[in-house]
Design a protein around this ligand. Structure first.
Ligand code: SF4
Ligand code: SF4
Length: 165
């Protein structure tokens, strides 16, 4: 049984077998979208919202999304538009030993830039602390807020979201 079926979240090993997840060399491109969409659901706002045509779902609409990381400019639109909260951005070169994660966040109140937060893994376990660098508030009902948090780079494969201190 997969970790997704057993625990409700995929393992890193499962994600690395999915077409929207970066390989090690893709992270060297800078701030890129990381797609963690591993169930074949009828959905494609990631594809239709990307201004660079980097994401493809195609036909049938139940295809898993693929991404051309060379085309991704890290704008975050796909992450804000994905109804499944299945996309975040990762920049593993945010300063000397820091990475920057930008993830969709549906809870209020939103944090503010400068806040200290706890970053959590896919099962909600605490991983490390981080500093909120930027908050992008939604301007319409179909867009999710994006929170950018800097943290110790060594945790980049594990962190996925945050909880407030
Ligand atoms: S971050 Fe922007 S450019 Fe990159 S895949 Fe998402 S929408 Fe496209
Ligand atoms: S919009 Fe989100 S949930 Fe829908 S196919 Fe794309 S990544 Fe998956």
């Amino acid at each position: 049984m997969t970790c997704l079926k057993k625990f409700g979240a995929p393992s890193i090993e499962e994600l690395k077998c999915s077409p929207g997840f970066p390989r090690d060399e893709d992270y060297r491109l800078g701030n890129i979208a990381v797609i963690e969409c591993v169930e074949q659901i009828p959905c494609n706002p990631c594809e239709t919202s990307c201004p660079k045509g980097a994401i493809k779902v195609g036909n049938p609409i139940t295809n898993l999304p693929t991404i051309d990381f060379e085309k991704c400019v890290g704008c975050g639109i796909c992450a804000a538009k994905c109804p499944g909260i299945a996309i975040h951005l990762m920049n593993v070169n945010h300063g000397e030993d820091k990475a920057l994660i930008t993830f969709p966040y549906e809870y209020f109140p939103l944090p503010e830039a400068g806040d200290r937060v706890v970053l959590v893994d896919r099962l909600g376990g605490e991983v490390c602390s981080g500093k909120v660098e930027k908050v992008t508030c939604p301007k319409s009902y179909d867009i999710t807020a994006l929170i950018s948090v800097s943290f110790d780079r060594k945790h980049y494969e594990n962190v996925i979201s945050m909880k407030r201190l």
